[in-house]
Design a protein around this ligand. Structure first.
Ligand SMILES: C[S@@+](CC[C@H](N)C(=O)[O-])C[C@H]1O[C@@H](n2cnc3c(N)ncnc32)[C@H](O)[C@@H]1O
Length: 362
């Protein structure tokens, strides 16, 4: 019945069903037009509009020359951004021209440069999604994201040099703030002695953890070229003495011992099931009995934000050519197989960004 156009017409007229029908129609339209909304956001980011308007509200005629557009085009872009809540109208100036400022979504952009970095990065994903059926059917010889994430399809990722890891490492660093904060708020490291962050990138999570818990010893494990990039960050944070850095390939080399807690921040989702299990086994081997493993990453089937784990990351990882988001129950099964017990899901503030699963080595 819901599928029938006659019923839909009736539901859109009948007072009791009208609001639901309107919401559904809007919902379907938003899915249909989502790629347009994303490109409006992309244009605003490329033009640094959020930073400009964070300073003061401005008019289309004032902005047009900086945007390298004529007034009509500038006005069209600003209206479009208002329509999707990135910007808002802030009254008119003495000449009667509308002033634009940050809208209720755009207001979060200047303070979180990681979001703009992701929006720019999406140019590649957008390209890879051009023919979604070819992507699903595995018919694309190469994808932009597969090239970008050099370790994703590599047999010997430890051989990658700085030129292969620099771009993704910078992006990960820029986007790690929320994940680090929410994870460290969700799980206390007070009773731990030494934290090893595996696949820890340029060390942002470890530096956050070290700042919050000054008693903690720190270990970073990542590919050699990535670890080399991290060293300067520990020096800048005044933590070089507390941090030990080890470069290697988790799957080929295993992990060094010495930590009583290992974290995997946005790492497991990058790997197919055999790779993910190999990483969990390596973590189990490196931990003493009773040691803790903490997984923090976006997960599948997260209530209220299903599109993030299952639609966005589902397709992102498909384009990257490796990994998948998993629901917490699959983390549990893999953890049990790898030799962990006492597995629990810890509540995080923004499950859209990350969810946390903690387990003990048995
Ligand atoms: C998605 S990034 C996450 C980085 C960081 N944890 C964060 O959340 O910002 C995955 C990290 O795993 C590392 N990695 C991937 N495969 C690896 C392997 N086989 N051995 C060691 N590190 C690896 C990558 O170099 C990268 O830094």
């Amino acid at each position: 019945m819901l599928a029938s156009p006659a019923f839909q017409r009736w539901a859109a007229d009948f007072p009791l069903t009208r609001p639901v029908a309107a919401r559904r129609a809007r919902g379907l339209f938003d899915v249909t037009a989502g790629f347009v909304y994303s490109q409006i956001l992309f244009a605003c980011v490329e033009l640094s509009l959020f930073d400009k308007l964070a300073e003061r509200a401005r008019t289309a005629s004032d902005l047009a020359p900086e945007m390298d557009m004529d007034l009509v085009a500038a006005d069209r872009l600003l209206r479009a951004a208002v329509a999707i809540d990135l910007l808002e109208r802030r009254g008119v100036n003495a000449k009667g021209e509308v002033r634009y400022g940050l809208g209720k979504l755009g207001v979060a952009m200047p303070g979180n440069p990681g979001i703009a970095a992701m929006v720019r990065h999406h140019r590649m994903l957008y390209h890879d999604l051009d023919d979604p059926l070819a992507l699903f059917r595995g018919e694309l010889a190469e994808t932009e994201l597969g090239r970008y994430w050099s370790y994703a399809g590599s047999e010997r990722p430890a051989a990658d040099g700085d030129d292969r890891v620099a771009e993704y490492s910078t992006l990960m660093s820029a986007s790690s703030g929320f994940v680090a904060e929410d994870t460290l708020d969700a799980y206390s490291l007070k009773d731990h002695r030494c934290l090893m962050d595996v696949g820890g990138g340029e060390g942002r999570f470890l530096i956050h953890a070290g700042q919050r818990w000054p008693h903690l010893q720190l270990m970073l494990f990542d590919l050699p070229a990535v670890v080399a990039r991290a060293e300067k960050n520990f020096l800048e944070a005044g933590m070089a003495e507390r941090a030990r850095m080890v470069g290697g390939d988790i799957k080929a080399d295993g992990l060094p011992e010495g930590a009583d807690i290992i974290s995997l921040v946005r790492v497991i989702l990058d790997h197919n099931d055999d790779g993910a299990l190999a990483i969990l086994r390596a973590a189990r081997q490196a931990l003493p009995p009773g040691g803790t493993l903490l997984i923090t990453e976006p997960m599948s089937e997260t209530p209220g934000v299903e599109p993030v784990g299952d639609a966005y990351f589902g397709l992102y990882l498909l384009a990257m050519g490796s990994g998948r988001t998993r629901p917490p129950r699959e983390h549990r099964t893999m953890l049990e197989t790898a030799g962990f017990g006492d597995i629990r899901l810890v509540r995080t503030r923004r499950p859209l960004q990350t969810r946390v699963v903690v387990a003990k080595a048995v």
